[in-house]
Ligand binder design. Sequence first.
Ligand SMILES: [Zn+2]
Length: 512
Amino acid sequence: MKLLCTLSIFAATTFAVSVQAQSFDLVITNGRVMDPETGFDAVANVGINNGYITSITSEPIEGLDSIDATGHVVAPGFIDFHFHGQDPFGIKLGLRDGVTSPLELEVGASPLNEYYEAREGKSQANYGASASHVAARLLALDGLDNPGGLPLYTDAVNRSAKDGAKWTLARTDPLSDGRARIMATVEEDLKQGALGLGFPVGYYTAVSGNEITEAAGLASKYNTFILTHVRYLSQIPPSGYLGVQELLSVAQVNNVPLIVQHVPSNCLGLTGECLNLLNQARDSGMKIAAEFYPYTKGSSIIGADYLAEGFQETTGMDYSDLLIVSTNETLTKETYEKYRAESPGEAMIMSHIKEEDMLKAFADPYAFVGSDAFPFTDENGQILPWDSPYEAGRGHPRGAGTHALVLRMARERDEVSLMQAIAKLSYFQADFIDEMVPDMRQRGRLQQGMIADITIFNPDTVTDNSDYPVGQGAIPSTGIPYVIVNGTVVVRDSKVLPDVFPGQPIRNPIIE
Ligand SMILES: [Zn+2]
């Protein structure tokens, strides 16, 4: 009896030890676990198995791998709906900034299946794209296809200049062949499992409201949402406010959820009014979200519609507020005209937002963060390889620093708590689309049963380091020593590990 008793104690002890030692693939110990959905905020240990968070406990746990998160916050991995820098170097900088799901939902990708195929097993972060109204117009009106489903078609935009860039200028008749071809491309990409449908109509303001409304009807048919860079980057009529009203109406008549991207960037001095309008629409029962990036300068292509002659009056900028990224050259009337005519796809940075307007979006209780990360290039405008020196990257600092900057602003300013900041970087995005995108139900939350996309940062030191001068645009954020994607550590000791590709597709079911 005594022996049996001893044996069973031995067995129980062995069992307990083996459960604790081997039951987790990875444990994160002693971190301040923060979950914006439940409000959970306590020091705890997190156990991860098979890519999922399987335990959050105050009891000691052990695993095959472990991270000591003492003094650090353990947060849901950041989700960014507005990430154009879909190349490996851009994704790497996103990871250093805590982003586990950098998605291209503004311009989108097409053919969508090729976008997903190109990233299978090769992406360090999760990936996904919207259906692209721009690509559909480039194909239907300029005859330019987009092999590989590359997002951000600057090459096609440049080539379209030769035939007068019909995608920006043509209106389509509802019964025309052109209209039918546009809708066919949009519908095919929605069937391929697109995450929403992007309408950056600020780049083709000649498009008819009727065409947008028809395409939004397809988004509704496939139970997804729409996103927009509205018409009119302007603070005098027709202003960004009018552009927001238009897309609200498109969303309402189609009963389709709407995300208005970079609100301060379009509404400028009317940002407060635009946010109020969106919040009123939400209060009335519409499913609406506002997005912003925490910078006062923007970045896009020099051929953008809103930079057409007369932009000085509509935007409050002058030629000298425009900078060509590759050459670091501030524009004059002559060089402005040359770039717009000869290489409208050239990346530029512009000074157009007042800090007080950007801060209105930061303080808005519902507005969430989208970096609008633009691909970093070398001095010839070429995308950089993964292992390039960070100093080599030219481009807007938002591609490297947006998320750490928001955390730093939460620390240095009073408007937003740390928990609200984390919600603006992860949970609000997941919560907005998870009724439509089943995959998102298990992301953006730090809870048992969720997918282990996790960002670990030091709340006292986390900071952006990127800035506008040449050589500083792509300097990575610091204070984010660990990033975990689908349960796999991809950033360890503040280094992105080479040849680790845990990124999964975030995609809706394909409809045959
Ligand atoms: Zn935009």
